[in-house]
Design a binder for this molecule. Structure first.
Ligand code: FPP
Length: 253
């Protein structure tokens, strides 16, 4: 019997999604207000966008404000909205220079008018860019997404005989984007917290202890190296004799 070939790792994720957790604890551990943690977290966000765009990642999704975050004190919510407005304004020129396409997913009702306007303008100005797609989840929840998709799918007459999952997926807020390959959560908790539930069905899950504001190049490099060592199966058997299966997997990598 010839020795089996070594398993082929999946090299680069197409879609990286991040739950940027730990801003509040980062600030509290320094005796600062939680909003200082969010401001510092924005610095890490900037670094992460540059890092993944430079590495040729197709889609980067960031969980910036969940449906559940409406339950935070109004002062923190307002500080976050102010931060989002100024971040969009400050970052837009570089994002355009890098050819990044910006897309916001989530329920915008209840957001301040200025924020809604900035989101719309940023989407309009970057729509035709050919680089990385940067998805910012604001007012987002995975259950909200599945429910709004189900409503619109039903209104459309429940299309999709034969390829139901792909057709249903086209009603989700992330329509047209690849499934999540790598889902990272910082800050030490190990849960998905209602992020991209449908889209991350087969994602590799990487949990980091580091608070989001402390994430640097070392952690970002580690995320891709770690992913590169994963053996993805999509529920199937993987091995040297399952050439067809390996082909399916490598085409998804
Ligand atoms: C979770 O940390 C973080 C947030 C709810 C906000 C994330 C926002 C940013 C990093 C700014 C990014 C801005 C843009 C435009 C993408 P937490 O407050 O839950 O931290 P904790 O678990 O330590 O309390």
């Amino acid at each position: 019997m010839p020795a089996p070939n070594p398993p082929v790792p999946d090299a680069l994720p197409r879609h990286v999604a991040i739950i940027m957790d730990g801003n509040g604890r980062w600030a509290e551990s320094r005796g600062l207000e939680r909003s200082a943690g969010h401001r510092q977290g924005l610095e890490t966000t900037r670094r992460a966008v540059r890092f993944y765009a430079t590495r040729g990642i197709d889609t980067l999704s960031l969980f910036a404000f969940s449906s559940e975050n409406w339950g935070r004190p109004s002062s923190e919510v307002e500080a976050l909205f102010d931060l989002f407005v100024s971040a969009i304004e400050a970052e837009l020129p570089e994002l355009r220079e890098r050819g990044v396409t910006l897309r916001f997913v989530g329920e915008r009702a209840g957001f301040p008018g200025e924020l809604r306007q900035r989101m719309q303008d940023a989407e309009d100005l970057t729509r035709d860019n050919g680089g990385m797609c940067l998805v910012i989840a604001l007012g987002y929840g995975g259950r909200w997404d599945i429910l709004q998709a189900a409503r619109r799918w039903a209104e459309a007459g429940m299309p999709g005989d034969g390829d139901g999952e792909a057709v249903f997926g086209s009603f989700l807020a992330t329509s047209g984007l690849p499934d999540v390959d790598l889902l990272i959560r910082t800050g030490g908790e190990q849960r998905i917290s209602n992020f991209l539930l449908w889209q991350a069905a087969y994602a590799e899950l990487l949990f980091l202890e580091t608070y989001w504001p402390d994430v640097g190049d070392r952690e970002l490099e580690h995320s891709l190296a770690w992913y590169g060592r994963r053996q993805r199966r999509f529920g199937r058997v993987r091995g040297p004799s399952e050439g067809a299966v390996a082909g399916v997997e490598s085409s998804r990598a």
